[in-house]
Design a protein around this ligand. Sequence first.
Ligand code: AMP
Length: 394
Amino acid sequence: MSAPVLVVNSGSSSIKYQLVDGETLQASTSGLIERVGQSESILTHRHGDERTERTAHIADHAAGLEAVVAAFEEHGTPLADAGLIAVAHRVVHGGERFVQPVVVDDEVEAAIDRLSSLAPLHNPANLEGIRVARKLFPRLPQVAVFDTAFHATVPERAHLYAVPASWREDHGVRRYGFHGTSHAYVSRKAAEMLGRHPKEVNVIVAHLGNGASVTAVERGRSIDTSMGLTPLEGLVMGTRSGDIDPAIVFHMHRSTGASFADLDDALNKESGMLALAGQIDMRVVEAAAEGGDRAAQIALEIYCYRIRKYIGAYIAALGGADAIAFTAGIGENSAEVRAGALGSLTALGVRLDEAANAAGGPVISTPGSPITVMVVPTNEEGEIAAQTTALLRN
Ligand code: AMP
């Protein structure tokens, strides 16, 4: 493996990791610790074809990363002997400052901490992983790669909200966008599949996982994206509402006395497909809809309709698209969602090949379709490793 990078994605109660070759972007080893801080944490570790699962009490992120080091010692190459060039960390919010990956020092750590007000659910957990890894691997560069960075090119017409100037100037209120590493990777791959340079093509990427966003990529640069100040805006997601009239928040506050913290939780954790269909997992929603469940049927319709509206808007924003790429858990696996999302876009140049779509692609439009539609598996960890390798080379 050349230039291996340990990619770490620390959530509030989970740690995902991959050992990625910075050249080929292939992962030789990967794993996940779930329920960090609870009495029964689960560590799943994969090395090649070998998969091990262990239950233990992992009290915090420090204990979690120590368990990761131990797992590498038991299965695969110990990290100390792996020739690591860096530990790379996914950081959700980079604000206006971090538009590129950066080597972490105390000052960068403090800046990521200050950005926690914009991403209270994510940045503190990301930072915890960085702090622990700096202690555990003191001689290795720790690199932060930001989910927002790819969207730094979104112009003012798309990133400014029409709100009071003091909100924008003193409180950082603007569209930042997220899933940047995925949108960057998938849009590049889509260009590759078209046999063109990324700078020659316009691509719309629909990243449809538990979190979901659509991005308009003009000649390799993000020019609009559906998530905003936070990951709440845009598409209907597993538990997030996506776009709503902001006055709903005030209405519910006045009508029920619910606090803003409660309403924040309701829109982030109790809305989306969970609220509409009673289920987060799209496979379960699809099965229920198939079985005649009316709530599941309408939830699917709403889910697809929102994607379709964004795709239509982004074809307009781009002045025409060369490709639409579907990615992430739902985008890569659900032929039904892809077909539903593209439903009436024929007039805009989308001709779906139903058999190719049912077979999962990679190209799912007809040969003559003005816009090529494709399924592109994302590789966020690979992209983080690639950006880390590029940063350290310069
Ligand atoms: P991600 O956040 O990218 O891991 O995606 C998670 C989502 O992908 C969940 O809502 C899963 O239900 C969904 N998913 C995974 N496999 C399938 C499938 N075969 N059909 C529909 N949805 C799927």
